[in-house]
Write a protein that binds this ligand. Sequence first.
Ligand code: SAH
Ligand code: SF4
Ligand code: F3S
Length: 447
Amino acid sequence: MRKKLFIATFGCQMNDYDSLTMARLLNPTHELSDAPENADLIIINTCSIREKAEHKLYSLAGRYRTLKEKNPGLKIAITGCVAQQEGERLIERMPYVDIVLGPQGIYSLPEIVNSNGVGTDKKICINSLDPDFSIPLVKQTAPPPDQVRASVTIMQGCDNFCTYCIVPYVRGREISRDPSHIIQEIRDAVELGAREIILLGQNVNSYGRKHGGRPLKDHPGFSQLLEMADSVPGVKRLRFTTSHPKDVDESTARCYRELSSLCEHIHLPVQSGSTAVLKRMNRHYSREEYLEKIAMLKEACPGITITTDLIVGFPGETEKDFEQTISLLEEVRYDQIFVFKYSPRPGTPASRLPDQIPPDVKTRRIETVLKLQEKIGLEQYAKLEGKEVEILVEAEGREKSGDMQGRTRGNHVVHFPGSPDLLGKLVNVTIERACKHSLRGRLPYPN
Ligand code: SAH
Ligand code: SF4
Ligand code: F3S
């Protein structure tokens, strides 16, 4: 009988992907369980992007410690970005932790788990980062958890060194994955039922460059990779995340014009509307250059949905800088934003800058942004009212609601009355009403 595995995942889509990879790697010996209480192995896949994210690990690990007191055979592993950052220190701080693995170390899990079975208390920590690491192709063992949507990593790491960000330190140098592995993984996902593919990386537009620099020999670039993915039979929809504005160019715009599966949505993190702040963030674009890229994309793909990430309270951010962010929101009119209070991260240049912003100012700024965006978002969503749009049906709605849930090509979630046999199908619905973060629709005829 297989043992039981429980995985708690924090952080971004890269971590979701890694958690899935770990479940696949351990599939021969472990089955996934949704209860930590009966697990033989608990993995906490961690994130350290902001202080709050890092703290989640410590409170959760404390809870699992009590499970170990009841079940001494239980193994506890910590993976992901805090594992990379802290390494052995995690075992010193939490002696009940057995295994610590950074993002490249997770591929050794089957070996480790089998040699570190019940009865041994050998501690293991792998948190080196090899700049020439090659991301393995791991066999998919079940349909993707999002049923009709599958994420496929195309690169690992980041070379941009934005001054606030921990990612380059915990995920290492940018490594592009072998294109044949990417295409194989897409084919396999389609075979298992995926209709929508999301290409993942911290900075997807620099795919195909040696550590984000010069192009790799005999290697497709990002737009060529999009073309290859678009031509895989059965891929109805193609998306990617995340793009860095400095690397979005005419070739990206051309893909929006030419590739039928590429959905009309881009997540293009701006971080700040002030050129002075962007400079101190080491973002390599000005407010004007960002707006030019947006104009280029809107021209290539009329009606494109644009979403973004923002940071408020970056060190030295003045009221004037902040007003620039507000005016940028009004100018671009995002459908959705993710806004964060700046959080100093260990070892990053911004954490050493003078003029750290007091917490109450950060709170006021984030609230101002959220309030404005609520209005803009609703107005953006309301533009779809009365329109007929194609949605991919991706899940059942809330229990007993009789609803199904789908998504437009522009990435808006739509709830509509329908039956579960529509799952995985592309259907047209008429949008009746816009809500805060979703739309309400109906099928044109009773099904
Ligand atoms: N590679 C992506 C996403 C990185 S992390 C990109 O470059 O866009 C996701 C978001 O977290 C970032 O876009 C940024 O808005 C936010 N973030 C990163 N570091 C942060 C920090 N120290 N404090 C607050 N927010 C941060
Ligand atoms: Fe972090 Fe910047 Fe890299 Fe994004 S591009 S992961 S924000 S360093
Ligand atoms: Fe967090 Fe690591 Fe992703 S720090 S946001 S899990 S790359």
